[in-house]
Design a protein around this ligand. Structure first.
Ligand SMILES: Nc1nc2c(ncn2[C@@H]2O[C@H](COP(=O)(O)OP(=O)(O)O)[C@@H](O)[C@H]2O)c(=O)[nH]1
Ligand SMILES: [Mg+2]
Ligand SMILES: [Zn+2]
Length: 293
């Protein structure tokens, strides 16, 4: 059976709902054990009374989206195939370093990334072409969308059919609007950008599974304000930057970290514009652990 969210909780494979004591169990657990049950988990239920039950066992997970939360791992969603990274091209402005951080998370969790650049109606397409080209060359499907003109929605929809997809991105980028455009009867709440990004506003932190009529499931994660990588060793980060690979063996030192070293082939490739400077800055931010959202 599948955990659908942390309130409605578990739905059996024949579509019945079982209200389990997950919420209560979670609350009574120490915060470092909060990821014991996450949205998307497959669990074994021991029925108790009526439509109530107790979770007996959680199956091993694959395809997880996790983040660090107060120094601990927080599984946002488990058992998904792909990750739609939603960014807006304007209002709020695109944050390329956040894209790169999400890409590393996707790779870490074993989820295929798709980059969705929304609010295409607000920018000049010529200006975003280099960015689209760069990510496409890295093998990441990159789709320009607009909920105003409908551009890109069909293309994105094709990627979702019969797959399990998590949507993530900052508040206000248009995640709920895109899902509503894909399936209008979802009626997800859409908020003004100013309202969505208002600091200190209470936002729910649980993700929920939504079944699509075309087949497949999506998870609309709530806005994640801080997105810190979980459990990543600085020396492993270069492995998540595929375009670095051909240059690494040419660095002067075999253990070059591509930060301060002399004769660094990565830095040279950045100077010669074979590697994007923006991506290199993302790498440095992740390597040193100092990355602005
Ligand atoms: N111009 C424009 N505005 C959009 C687009 N998509 C969403 N919005 C607006 O952006 C705001 C936030 O949208 P919402 O779907 O709530 O974002 P979420 O927080 O990521 O779920 C709303 O005012 C939407 O009307 C788009 O493609 N173009
Ligand atoms: Mg939303
Ligand atoms: Zn180097």
């Amino acid at each position: 059976m599948r955990v659908h969210g942390l309130h409605s909780v578990v739905q059996t494979d024949d579509g019945r709902q079982c209200r389990c004591a997950v919420r209560r169990v979670l609350k009574s657990l120490a915060t470092d054990e909060r990821s014991i049950v996450a949205t998307g988990d497959r669990v074994w239920i021991l029925p108790t009374q009526g439509d109530e039950g107790v979770i007996e066992r959680v199956e091993p997970r694959h395809g997880n989206l996790t983040r660090a939360s107060r120094g601990r791992e927080h599984v946002l969603v488990a058992n998904v195939d792909q990750f739609v990274i939603v960014m807006s091209l304007a209002e709020p402005a695109l944050k390329p370093h956040l894209v790169d951080r999400y890409l590393v998370s996707a790779a870490q969790g074993g989820i295929a990334p798709i980059l969705c650049l929304n609010k295409a109606d607000l920018v000049d397409p010529v200006q975003v072409q280099p960015l689209v080209g760069y990510y496409s060359q890295l093998g990441i499907p990159t789709i320009l969308t607009s909920c105003v003109t409908g551009e890109g929605i069909d293309r994105l929809t094709k990627y979702l059919r019969n797959r399990e997809t998590v949507f993530a991105g900052q508040s206000g980028v248009g995640k709920s609007s895109i899902l509503n455009a894909i399936q209008p009867d979802l009626g997800l709440l859409v908020r003004e950008v100013s309202e969505a990004t208002e600091k200190g506003k209470h936002t729910t932190t649980t993700a929920e599974l939504i079944e699509l009529k075309i087949g497949g499931w999506v998870v609309d994660t709530p806005g994640i304000r801080q997105f810190e990588l979980w459990d990543i060793i600085p020396e492993e980060i270069e492995g998540y930057f595929p375009e670095f690979r051909p240059y690494v063996p040419q660095c002067g030192f075999p253990d070059c970290t591509h930060t301060h070293e002399e004769r660094c082939a990565i830095k040279k490739a950045v100077e010669q514009r074979y590697i994007s400077e923006q991506r290199y800055v993302s790498y440095l931010g992740m390597f040193t652990g100092k990355m602005e959202g």
